[in-house]
Write a protein of this length. Structure first.
Length: 276
């Protein structure tokens, strides 16, 4: 239930579902989404009443130290999804389908989506437009909620020539056509990543499903960020992110304080142990 409009959103104590995405979109209330990859972080983000939690394949680059998302496996995503689902009781949990887990056939795509749903996801996300329509249709026909992903698609970074803006100028009509095709296939929303704001607006004018932006301008129906980017966990952040807290600095301070307490023998204190 939205505090300013009690007719939209879940009732207190109930989970945020796909129909609530549509309700917020219709009412013009911006949608919020952050990534998470473990139960503790998911629980904190969930308590902040973020609408959706994305178990992104960015798990590989943020948590596992990989140089790209290409190395993330379905087993990785199943384990991360189960952890996030255990920590989140309200947010809609969306799980990324990793590279190599859906491209071969619609049957492969459905099997992957089923595995992620069994792990606790409420929806799945996969990258690409018209080239993966058979997979999207098959997953939707299996009764599974699907979120699309267009623009810069990290799994195709090598094919795209690196991390570059997509959908500029002459390429804009093709991106909008991909979005319309995904809508026709039954997705409930589409992520636009690193897309010019003008292209996002052009798509908004033609779509009936919400666009969730990440580096796609202010007009998208919602925004998504990687949680480590928005919380100051790293020295570097992408240009489209904003730092809303210094969690990394606080963690470092806590670790230094712990180190000093141990070295100075002020920890453990008497209240931290039993003599007998």
């Amino acid at each position: 239930m939205h505090k300013d409009n009690p007719d939209i959103g879940p009732k207190p104590g109930k989970p945020f579902r796909v129909q609530h995405v549509q309700q917020y979109f219709a009412a013009g209330r911006p949608l919020t989404m952050l990534t998470a990859y473990d139960a503790i972080t998911a629980r904190i983000i969930d308590s902040a009443e973020i609408d959706m939690i994305l178990v992104g394949d960015s798990y590989g680059t943020t948590m596992l130290g990989m140089s790209s998302t290409v190395g993330v496996t379905l087993d990785d995503m199943v384990r991360a999804t189960a952890a996030v689902a255990a920590g989140a009781s309200r947010a809609l949990v969306v799980a990324d389908m990793p590279f190599g887990s859906y491209e071969s056939s619609p049957a492969q795509a459905v099997d992957t989506a089923v595995a992620l749903m069994r792990a606790g996801a409420a929806a799945v996300k996969l990258e690409g437009g018209r080239r993966i329509l058979p997979q999207v249709k098959a997953i939707v026909d299996a009764g599974i909620n699907v979120m699309g992903h267009l623009g810069f698609t990290p799994q195709s970074e090598n094919h795209l020539g690196g991390k570059r803006m997509q959908g500029r100028a002459d390429a804009a009509p093709a991106l909008v056509a991909d979005a319309l095709a995904l809508q026709e296939a039954g997705v409930f929303s589409i992520v636009f990543e690193m897309v010019p704001a003008a292209t996002t607006r052009a798509a908004i004018d033609q779509l009936n499903v919400p666009i969730i932006g990440i580096g796609a301008g202010p007009d998208a129906a919602g925004q998504v960020l990687v949680w480590t980017d928005m919380s100051g966990m790293q020295d570097w952040k992408p240009s489209f992110a904003q730092v809303f807290g210094q969690v990394g600095a606080e963690l470092k301070h806590a670790a230094q304080s712990y180190r000093d307490a141990v070295v100075n023998r002020t920890f453990p204190a008497p209240e931290n142990y039993h003599e007998n």
